[in-house]
Design a protein around this ligand. Structure first.
Ligand code: ADP
Ligand code: MG
Length: 280
């Protein structure tokens, strides 16, 4: 090979290597990500930042793709748990809820929760969750720095949907570190190990301000057999029942409020970066 040909080949390699890795990740389907998280080899682990449940950040590779994952193994039931706000009986903190949250998010078409799968890790069942790329800050940092999204409409649509989701799954731990914001102001909701309580009505109905029309339709369609099939391995029958009772409340609430509380996420071209790209 001449020097020129070699140099050309090398530059092509360099050009091809960087964008390919990025586009590959961006275009992966949920099914491909699930497959990767289930099968890829763990090459490195360390403690995840910030959190309090002692979770792990891991590097995974399948030979072609290398990506980070979050591993959550916690599975605790405490008879009496005292938080700053209340005393909770039979308090559950479980990795299983990360997977249930992912699956229910997709059933509703929200795409706010990163892909999460069940996998054995150090002899324990655990949740392996796709590590969110391009995180710019979490909600805590945004508030501390008093930053506002460049397009408030796109931001508000996401926040409203996340609030509805948290009421539906009765998440008592949407602390400011559990809401990640990417460089494109896309929101990702993480850490659902303290969700799926058993109240028959939402704790904060005031959070139910507006809803996407399609999400509302999908909420209405949720039923016990479908949920049992999708998440029966991760939620017990009481947790599913309570979720459906809260669903009934949420649907009735929005129906009573009428047309003006409905929006169509993504109808605004400016929101393209915050609307999920769902590759087929
Ligand atoms: N999927 C993820 N993508 C990116 N960062 C993550 C992800 N999961 C966790 N983290 C980071 O790790 C921290 C701890 O994880 P988290 O699930 O919140 O555990 P804890 O229950 O200990 O709060 C988070 O605050 C976040 O900074
Ligand atoms: Mg957390």
């Amino acid at each position: 090979m001449s020097n020129l040909t070699a140099a050309l080949a090398l530059s092509l390699l360099v050009v091809a290597a960087v964008p390919l890795a990025q586009t590959e990740t961006a275009q992966l389907t949920d099914a491909q990500i699930e497959q990767f998280l289930s099968k890829a080899r763990v090459t490195r682990t360390r403690s995840a930042p910030k959190g309090i449940t002692g979770s792990t950040r891991a590097t995974l590779t399948d030979g072609t793709l290398t990506h980070e994952a979050h591993i959550q193994t916690i599975d605790e039931t405490v008879r009496e748990f005292r938080s700053m706000r209340e005393v909770e009986f039979n308090f559950r903190d479980s990795w299983t809820f990360n997977i249930a949250a992912y699956k229910i998010d997709r059933m509703l078409g929200l795409h706010l929760v990163p892909v999460s799968v069940e996998r054995y890790w150090n002899g324990k069942r655990s949740a392996f969750t796709w590590w969110v790329d391009d995180v710019m800050m979490d909600e805590g940092e945004r508030l501390a720095k008093r930053l506002q999204a460049p397009d408030l409409r796109c931001w508000n649509d996401q926040v409203r949907l996340l609030r509805v989701f948290d009421q539906l799954i009765e998440n008592i731990d949407r602390n400011l570190g559990n809401m990640l914001i990417t460089t494109k102001w896309r929101i990702w909701a993480i850490d659902h190990t303290r969700a799926f309580r058993r109240s028959p009505t939402p704790r904060a109905p005031k959070d139910l301000t507006k809803i996407d029309r399609t999400v509302l339709a999908r909420l209405q369609e949720l039923d016990e057999p479908t949920l049992k099939k999708a998440v029966g391995r991760y939620l017990d029958p009481y947790e599913i029942k309570a979720l459906l009772q809260r669903r009934d409340f949420i649907v009735a609430h929005f129906q009573a409020m009428g047309e003006e509380v409905l929006f169509d996420r993504g109808s605004e071209p400016a929101c393209a970066d915050t609307v999920p790209v769902v590759p087929r």
